[in-house]
Design a protein around this ligand. Structure first.
Ligand SMILES: NC(=O)c1ccc[n+]([C@@H]2O[C@H](COP(=O)([O-])OP(=O)(O)OC[C@H]3O[C@@H](n4cnc5c(N)ncnc54)[C@H](OP(=O)(O)O)[C@@H]3O)[C@@H](O)[C@H]2O)c1
Length: 269
């Protein structure tokens, strides 16, 4: 019988298991979970849909979708046990930053379907932005499985592997950029005399509301911006300052720098 196995139950693996446990998840395969920390396994097992493994040697070796959620440097621990043993009816899905599908296949000695995905930390609250790419052995059914997994923790999109470093630079690292924005807006409020707690709540909700409105209306952000920019009003004064200081270029450059760093880190992997 077909199964799924999630290996590594930290931030990301834990979030994926919770997404799959959600009754709304369309993917209803029995789910095995493994982590070197047995307490993490125990916290997710329910004995009905999610079953704990005591070691990697218990991983089902065929008719299984393996989702690798360990840190890139811990892949070797998995390779030691599973290399050369996965049957042709397996699907491997990796979220390891920087590890190419070719590398995963080579290290696991697996010539079958491999999907590489890059979610982000918002998976923890079901709001991840995930980009995925598939190797040449993937068919529609494999891609469909990956969509069901990552759409359980947010939104997921297909792209080509050559863009995965750019994905890392934009949505993988992106939450950190927005945390800085929230922090800075909060400081702005504090500078103008607000209690920090109030400034923090206002700035957080402002970022959430602005993103929500873009998504909800489907309008270009420039149109929404124009709608709130009264002639000779407060907003245009602030926008002028942001333009003069190069805010847009700073974000464009930030994504570029993170992409280049991802390429550098991913060399030979
Ligand atoms: N966090 C993000 O924002 C983010 C975004 C996109 C992609 N990713 C990718 O997602 C992966 C996981 O990130 P994360 O933040 O979830 O990391 P994490 O919280 O450290 O989780 C990894 C888990 O795997 C366990 N582990 C280590 N070696 C193992 C092995 N051989 N077998 C089974 N479990 C093992 C770790 O245990 P110990 O802690 O005891 O080592 C830990 O519980 C990384 O490859 C990362 O590149 C992360």
């Amino acid at each position: 019988m077909e199964r799924m196995t999630i290996i590594g139950l930290g931030n990301m693996g834990g979030a994926l298991v919770r997404g799959l446990k959600n009754p709304k998840s369309k993917l209803q395969l029995p789910l095995d979970v493994f982590d070197v920390d047995a307490a993490r396994v125990d916290s997710l097992v329910d004995g009905q849909k999610v079953f704990g493994l005591k070691s990697l040697s218990e991983v089902k070796l065929d008719h299984n979708t393996l989702v690798l959620c360990v840190k890139p440097q811990d892949l070797s621990g998995i390779v030691q046990t599973l290399a050369g043993k996965l049957g042709p009816e397996c699907l491997v899905i990796s979220i390891l930053a920087g590890k190419k599908t070719g590398t995963i296949g080579r290290e696991l000695q697996f010539q079958g379907p491999i999907i590489r995905a890059m979610p982000n930390i918002a998976a923890v609250i079901g709001e991840a932005a995930t980009a995925m790419c598939a190797n040449e052995h993937c068919e529609g059914a494999h891609k469909h499985k990956a969509e069901e997994i990552f759409r359980g923790v947010g939104e997921a999109f297909w792209t080509k592997e050559s863009l995965m470093d750019a994905v890392t630079g934009l949505s993988g690292s992106g939450p950190a950029y927005i945390y800085m924005v929230i922090e800075a807006l909060t400081d702005g409020g504090v500078k103008m005399g607000m209690p920090r707690d109030l400034a923090f709540k206002l700035s957080t909700q402002t970022v959430l509301g602005a993103a929500g409105l873009v998504k909800h209306t489907g309008l270009h952000p420039a149109i929404l911006k124009d709608q709130v920019t009264t002639p000779a009003g407060t907003t245009i004064s602030a926008l002028h300052e942001l333009e003069e200081r190069g805010l847009r270029s700073m974000f464009v450059n930030a994504v570029e720098k993170a992409t280049l760093r991802s390429m550098e880190l991913g060399k030979d992997s």
